[in-house]
Structures are given as structure tokens and as C-alpha cells.
Write a protein that binds this ligand. Structure first.
Ligand SMILES: Nc1nc2c(ncn2[C@@H]2O[C@H](COP(=O)(O)OP(=O)(O)OP(=O)(O)O)[C@@H](O)[C@H]2O)c(=O)[nH]1
Length: 311
């Protein structure tokens, strides 16, 4: 995604995170205002943070940091929010990284993995549109060959973006498709190849085997491919996102996480335990269905908005 967010992104992020920040402000922030911060209040804070899906480990660390900043002091709402924002930023800042498909090798191959419904296809479509908008030549590959609906949806995104599109009939081998598409993209001078994959097969093992096979055949053409493997996770499933991260993260060589649908949940805080559990950093976040609603992850902006700080 473009490093310089388009105008209005901050407002969209703010609006998208409004349910989460409302939860934080109502449940967490308001209960501390105008009381000197004591042990009982800190315990309540930790509980609220866990209820907001930040996870026990991060909740404990944030509470400790908060204690160091404010213990024994009477705080107004702004001071509470600033201290919380600082503590959440400290958790997330080391887990932030940039998705930059245009400064690597060409064609730059990006594999999209994640369960069905997580927002994979939409994310891929938004990225395709962003890249073609910046003048890149993009190929979109419909690696979920089992579901005609998934393919059609991707074709529509691809046409809208002005990208080239590669697909095969139902049930064709996705690894073969990926190989041919990568070969064509190399020959024709594409800048980026975006490969969608299935999110569900007969069982988990079959799904992982298929992903690994795709990776293997891509490496036959370029040992460094795929240059990026993005795991797409849906924030609305809360802590289930953690389980998904574990399954895909362990086997699929994930290099970056995209957290979608942060606008559809009051538990956007789940990004914190996911970011910490994963070996891969958070690269992009989605706060809506529009093309402009997918943007680079900015730990500081995210943390401040999560606790209801608008500036
Ligand atoms: N509110 C909101 N909706 C989103 C976001 N990202 C994706 N969606 C919606 O989530 C739904 C599922 O997204 P898809 O892109 O189809 O998900 P998928 O993982 O490709 O799933 P399949 O197509 O079932 O394989 C769609 O209705 C999207 O419009 C987001 O950031 N916010």
C-alpha cells in the first residue's frame, strides 16, 4: 500500500475503530477518572483489558506500564488515555512492518492465505487496485480453484483494478496454475503477482499440503518466491484469530499479517495478542469494504485511536 495514506484515512480509521474505542473508553478509561490510581483500580484495569481481548500477557504488561506512569496520581481522562495509548503502542510498535511489493524483485509474488470469509479476496482486490493505480503491472491468480464463486468475485476485483487475471476450471491443481501464472508474469514483465488460495479443504492437513505445494513450485522458478505470504485474519472472530494464526503461521511461512474488519468489532484490541503470538509482523489493516479502507498498519495511530484519542 502507498506509504503516504490518502487524505481521510485517519478519519476512516477513527470511524472504523469507533466500536473498539467506545468499549475502551466506557469500560476502561471512565472508571479511573478523578480517583488516585491504586492497586484495586489497577486490578480492574487489567480485567477490562482482558475482556477487551488484549490477552492476559499484554494486559499484565500494559497495566504495569500504566502503574509506572500514573500510580498514586489523580488523572483526568486525557492523561489516562495518553498513558494507555503509550502502553499499547509499546506493545505494538515492534510488531509493525511495511508491505512494499514494488521495491523488491520483479515479478514480486505475494501469496494470500487464511480461512474462507476472512477477507482474503477483498484484501487482494484492494491491493491490486492500489498497485495498478500507482502504475504497476499486476497479475491476479485465482488459486481457490474449487469454488467458482470465489473465482468470479476475484475476476470482478481484477477487472475493476485493470489487472491481468489467471484462473482454471473447477478442481484444477492450484500449484500448476501458480507455476504457469508466475512463468507468464516473468515472460510478460509484470511487476507483481497476487495469488489467492483456498481457505478450506477437506481438512487442515490437505489445506496446508496444498499451500506448501504452491510454495514449492513457485520456488522452482525463483528460490526466493513467494516474496511475501500474507495471512489474512478477521478481527470480528476475536480470539479465534489467534488459533488461525497458529495453524497458518506454523506451516505456511507467513511473512506478514493483514487484520481485516476492525470496523465490525468492539474487540479491535485482539490485534495485540495476535501481533505478539505471531512470528510475522502486522503489515496492513482493514476498516471497511472500500478500496481506501485497507492501509498500512501504524502502531501509534492505531493505539491512540483504540483508546479514544482523536489527535
Ligand atoms: N466491514 C468490513 N468488511 C470486510 C472487510 N474486509 C472484507 N470484508 C467483507 O468480508 C466479506 C468476506 O470477504 P472475502 O474477501 O470474500 O473473504 P475471503 O476470505 O476471500 O472468503 P471467501 O471469498 O469466502 O474465500 C466480504 O463481504 C467483504 O466485503 C473490512 O475490513 N471491513
Amino acid at each position: 500500500m502507498n506509504d503516504t495514506p490518502k487524505k481521510g484515512w485517519f478519519q476512516r480509521l477513527s470511524q472504523g475503530l469507533s466500536r473498539s474505542s467506545k468499549q475502551m473508553t466506557e469500560q476502561v478509561v471512565s472508571s479511573f477518572v478523578k480517583e488516585p490510581l491504586d492497586e484495586a483500580a489497577l486490578e480492574r484495569l487489567e480485567e477490562h483489558l482482558i475482556e477487551s481481548d488484549l490477552g492476559p500477557a499484554a494486559a499484565a504488561r500494559i497495566t504495569e506500564r500504566f502503574r509506572a506512569l500514573r500510580f498514586g496520581k489523580t488523572s483526568d481522562e486525557r492523561e489516562i488515555k495518553e498513558a494507555l495509548a503509550e502502553a499499547v503502542t509499546a506493545e505494538l510498535a515492534p510488531r509493525q512492518a511495511v508491505f512494499d511489493p514494488l521495491s523488491g524483485p520483479k515479478p514480486y509474488v505475494v501469496l494470500f492465505v487464511g480461512v474462507n470469509g476472512s477477507g482474503k479476496t477483498t484484501t487482494l482486490g484492494k491491493i491490486a487496485a492500489d498497485l495498478t493505480g500507482r502504475g504497476a503491472r499486476v497479475m491476479v491468480v485465482a488459486g481457490d480453484t474449487f469454488r467458482a464463486a470465489a473465482r468470479d468475485q476475484l475476476r470482478i476485483w481484477s477487472e475493476r483494478a485493470g489487472a491481468d487475471f489467471e484462473s482454471r476450471r473447477d478442481g484444477a491443481d492450484p500449484a500448476g496454475l501458480a507455476f504457469d501464472a508466475f512463468t507468464r508474469a516473468r515472460n510478460e514483465g509484470h511487476d507483481v503477482v497476487l495469488i489467492d488460495t483456498a481457505g478450506r479443504l477437506q481438512n487442515k492437513q490437505a489445506l496446508m499440503d496444498e499451500l506448501l505445494k504452491i510454495v514449492r513450485v513457485l520456488k522452482k522458478i525463483d528460490p526466493d518466491a513467494p516474496h511475501e505470504t500474507l495471512l489474512v485474519l478477521d478481527a470480528t472472530v476475536g480470539r479465534n484469530a489467534l488459533a488461525q494464526e497458529q495453524i497458518f503461521g506454523r506451516t505456511a511461512y507467513v511473512s506478514g499479517i493483514v487484520m481485516t474488519k476492525l470496523d465490525g468489532t468492539a474487540r479491535g484490541g485482539v490485534l495485540v495478542p495476535v501481533a505478539q503470538a505471531s512470528d510475522a509482523p502486522i503489515k496492513l489493516i482493514g476498516v471497511g469494504e472500500g478500496i481506501e479502507d485497507l492501509q498500512p498498519f501504524d502502531a501509534r495511530a492505531f493505539s491512540r485511536l483504540l483508546v479514544g484519542l482523536e489527535d
